[in-house]
Design a protein around this ligand. Structure first.
Ligand code: 13P
Length: 253
């Protein structure tokens, strides 16, 4: 069975003290994670090492960076590279979040490069895609997402895409409290899988975890995750509350 993943995206929130308290509270709650389930904490760069130490020895808990640069080293003041993240034992990197595409003008080509440097370093990308409201209203969301996948991922080999992680996050559902309906999520996830299947074959498409993101909460996670092509979630606001995120982790199938 492909991995079922509850990934927290803390974004630019919390002081270190608040972050450590959140992790202490969360770890104290019983989590029912089986072998094919993982909880991933996407934390700000300065907290990667201290939060990693909080989860040391706990199998099925991992950390993620929220970004990395598309070059390995050099005169790029303020940036963080994939080899740097690997050297502190980071496992995952969230790439192509809509906030990075919008505010930092990340292009499909730049994201393809970021994915390459992650693979070279041995990091697992969590690649985000998803359409804005006007595209959804125009009814062209499937081709929009297809282009995001094709332009940033389709240079990868079948081997690289085996077990890959994609997060579908419709922009109109992020931080708005407006979740995609179960049917809308399932329809897009099935579409993403079919696009991957036509390019790479069914076995590889079926190995890819496709997470849903956009107003996932403790009270709606179970029904969204129950959809056959939804393999967990990428969670913003609700991941900042220990009891809520624990309930979301415990909603994985
Ligand atoms: P919310 O869960 O706050 O809507 O954020 C979703 C998101 O952007 C996760 O990456």
């Amino acid at each position: 069975m492909r991995k079922q993943i509850a990934a927290a995206n803390w974004k630019m929130n919390l002081t270190l003290q608040q972050a450590e308290q959140l992790m202490d509270e969360l770890i104290a709650i019983p989590l029912q994670l089986t072998d094919h389930q993982v909880a991933v904490f996407g934390v700000p760069f300065p907290y990667l090492i201290p939060i990693k130490s909080k989860i040391a020895g706990k199998s099925n808990l991992s950390i993620a960076a929220q970004n990395c640069y598309n070059k390995n080293s050099g005169a790029y003041t303020g940036e963080v590279s994939a080899p740097m993240l690997k050297s502190i034992d980071v496992d995952y990197v969230i790439l192509g979040h809509s906030e990075r595409r919008e505010y930092f003008e990340e292009t499909h080509a730049m994201l393809a490069e970021k994915i390459n440097v992650c693979f070279e370093a041995g990091l697992k990308p969590i690649f985000c895609c998803g359409e804005p409201l006007q595209i959804r209203e125009a009814g062209t969301e499937k081709t929009y997402v297809e282009t995001q996948l094709a332009d940033s991922l389709f240079h990868l080999s079948a081997e690289q895409l085996t077990g890959f992680i994609i997060a579908y996050e419709p922009i109109w559902a992020i931080g708005t409290g407006k979740t995609a309906s179960n049917e809308q999520a399932q329809e897009m996830h099935a579409h993403i899988r079919s696009v991957l299947a036509s390019k790479y074959g069914n076995d590889i498409a079926n190995s890819i975890s496709i997470l849903y993101g956009g107003s996932v909460k403790a009270n709606n996670a179970k029904e969204i995750f129950a959809q056959p092509d939804v393999d967990g979630g990428l969670v913003g606001g609700a991941s900042l509350v220990a009891t809520d995120f624990a309930a979301i982790i415990n909603s994985l199938k």
